[in-house]
Design a protein around this ligand. Structure first.
Ligand code: PLP
Length: 339
């Protein structure tokens, strides 16, 4: 029997359960039919998200995959191309949606060690006006990426190059607030570099579902049409938007605790033979070693009440349902599992 009775789940920050206070806010939410634009709680969430990102408008979506997709569809036409990191979610982990559903071609660019698209690669990959080539229309970045936060000076330079060439800019800010806390800047100061920003409510912010796409009223009007077409027009969804408002009101500042817990874990995992610890990076720590040990460790940890995941090494993610004691217990299990 594991000596720690409760399951510690460090696979992702998506695993958080809505708290009692969040559920209470959901139960009390005013609702209306949002396809008619009549849900006051959704309107309030969109206003709040727009304010926090310094944009004029926002659109509530069920998932981050959908808010990214409709952003790409709003920025690009059929036959256009977007520049994207080859490890970014909008290229690799959204089922190829922009290409499949939008006939928009990705131009994936290898990331550097800091998970950035190298600045010289941005300019080099923008296509000339040539009938052989897809038209480069958009630069899509991601912050945080694998927990790494892209700093403001990089964002300004990268999006500056894009703008000089007439490209639009989109940020996959699934973990925008982790980046803001990690960099000690406002979310709006990150978002101001971009025409549109998507933010997940269901990651470290602890809501059960939801993402908001933020941008100009013009962009959001186009995105609204795409959201309906892709099946994201929801009715009395104020009941889930209330969880998002609760998350924005209560769970942003506390992300600092998740970052502290990631730092604690990284410290406790130092010095294991043949294991490279990469991090902490905001709320993540990456452990790198060969894949046979990965499989063994995941199995062993599972038997001890610790959930881990990864293929060639392990990505550990802290969140609001784990505390420092859980982290100490997790470190003990990992050390034993690797010994
Ligand atoms: C989780 C995530 C998304 C969106 O995911 P959904 O599960 O569709 O909400 C987008 N980008 C990044 C970087 C993510 O981590």
């Amino acid at each position: 029997m594991p000596d720690h009775p409760r399951v510690i789940d460090l696979r992702s920050d998506t695993v958080t359960a809505p708290s009692a206070a969040m559920r209470e806010a959901m139960a009390k939410a005013d609702t209306g039919d949002d396809v008619y634009g009549e849900d006051p709680t959704i309107k309030a969430l969109e206003a709040r998200a727009a304010e926090l990102t310094g944009k004029q408008a926002a659109l509530f979506c069920p998932t981050g995959t959908q808010s990214n997709l409709i952003a790409l569809l709003s920025h690009c036409q059929r036959g256009d191309e977007y520049l994207v990191g080859d490890q970014y979610h909008t290229y690799k982990f959204e089922g190829g949606g922009a290409a499949v559903l939008g006939s928009i071609q990705p131009q994936p660019i290898p990331l550097d060690k800091e998970r950035r698209i190298p600045l010289d690669a941005i300019a080099a990959r923008i296509s000339d006006d040539d009938i052989h080539l897809a038209k480069t229309r958009l630069l899509a970045l991601e912050n945080t990426c694998g927990g790494y936060s892209l700093p403001l000076d990089y964002l300004a330079l990268a999006t500056g190059i894009a703008r000089e060439h007439g490209l639009a800019t989109h940020l996959d800010g699934a973990r925008l607030f982790n980046a803001a806390i990690d960099l000690d800047v406002s979310a709006a100061s990150i978002a101001e570099n971009f025409d549109s920003v998507s933010v997940c409510l269901s990651k470290g912010l602890g809501a059960p579902v939801g993402s908001v796409l933020c941008g100009s009223p013009f962009l959001i009007k186009q995105a609204l049409r795409w959201r309906k077409m892709t099946g994201g027009g929801m009715r009395q969804a104020g009941i889930i938007a209330a969880a998002g408002i609760y998350a924005l009101d209560n769970n942003i500042e506390r992300l600092a605790e998740d970052h502290k817990n990631a730092a604690l874990l990284s410290e406790l995992l130092q010095g294991i033979d043949n294991v490279e610890i990469d991090g902490p990076h905001s709320n993540m720590v990456h452990m790198k070693f060969d894949d046979t040990r990965t499989k063994h460790l995941i199995e062993y940890a599972g038997s001890q009440g610790l959930k881990l995941s990864g293929r060639y090494g392990i990505r550990i993610v802290t969140h609001l349902d784990v505390d420092a004691d859980d982290i100490r217990q997790a470190a003990r299990i990992i050390r034993t599992g690797l010994s």
